[in-house]
Design a binder for this molecule. Structure first.
Ligand code: AP5
Length: 215
């Protein structure tokens, strides 16, 4: 079992990059944000527990996150390759992941740190729109749908995520700096960080990451 981690602030383009890498590699995309939003939509106990944290832009407790990750990993065969998006987000989650991987004789091969300036993060998040039906992600300026407010894939209605309000975005950025940015040192010490200039179009960012894989 192998894993890579996409690390970057809110709006850095982790989900967009993961979708693109999914088409070009055999990595399974595991986004804790998507898993929590699905749990919220279905009204499951995990969703109910996560709701207030997500609405405020705070982190959901580590114990909840590690439980859903452990369950997700257990669903796949021993040789699976995972691409984690939005996880881990705290040192406790990073250590929890290492313990889970150890049980499966798994290892982390790369941590891609997506570097994007704060102004770009804000611009990306305020303009993001998501399909209610399939979850496809757009941006009103950078990646607009063919028809305003309508998903190109399935004609679903596009909406703005509740946590993409300006006030919540500012809190998410602060939470990232305080709780997630320390992971950079953690992975730097293990020689796993790969810096990616992600302040450019999505295709170029994907190419940079694939270049690392291809040596
Ligand atoms: P989560 O869903 O993980 O949110 P996030 O980390 O804030 O990241 P985003 O999904 O906002 O952004 P992204 O980097 O994926 O960017 P995207 O590709 O969409 O988490 C949400 C909440 O869930 C958290 O606040 C927390 O409460 C909870 N949670 C989740 N995981 C947790 C965990 N492990 N522990 C505790 N709590 C957790 O792109 C953004 C926009 O930019 C889009 O409009 C896109 O079209 C555009 N764009 C993307 N790339 C480019 C590009 N290269 N050029 C131009 N535009 C681009």
């Amino acid at each position: 079992m192998e894993a890579i981690i996409l690390l970057g602030g809110p709006g850095a383009g982790k989900g967009t990059l993961a979708e693109s890498l999914k088409q070009k590699t055999d990595y399974l995309h595991v986004s804790t944000g998507d898993m929590l939003r699905a749990a919220l939509k279905s009204g499951s106990p995990v969703g109910l527990e996560a709701k207030s944290y997500m609405e405020a832009g705070e982190l959901v407790p580590d114990s909840v996150i590690l439980r859903i990750i452990e369950e997700r990993i257990a669903q796949e065969p021993a040789g699976a390759r995972f691409m984690f998006d939005g996880f881990p987000r705290t040192l406790e989650q990073a250590e929890g992941l290492e313990a889970i991987l150890e049980k499966h004789s798994g290892t982390i091969t790369h941590v891609f740190k997506l570097d994007v300036p704060r102004e770009t993060l804000l611009q990306r998040l305020t303009g993001r729109r998501v399909c209610k039906a399939c979850g496809a992600v757009y941006h009103v300026i950078n990646m607009p749908p063919q028809k305003e407010g309508v998903c190109d894939v399935d004609g679903g209605e596009l909406y703005q995520r509740a946590d993409d309000s300006e006030e919540t975005i500012l809190n998410r950025l602060e939470v990232y700096e305080k709780q997630t940015a320390p992971l950079i040192d953690h992975y730097q010490q293990r020689g796993l960080i790969r810096d990616i200039d992600a302040d450019q179009d999505a295709e170029k960012t994907t190419t940079l990451v694939l270049d690392v894989f291809n040596g």
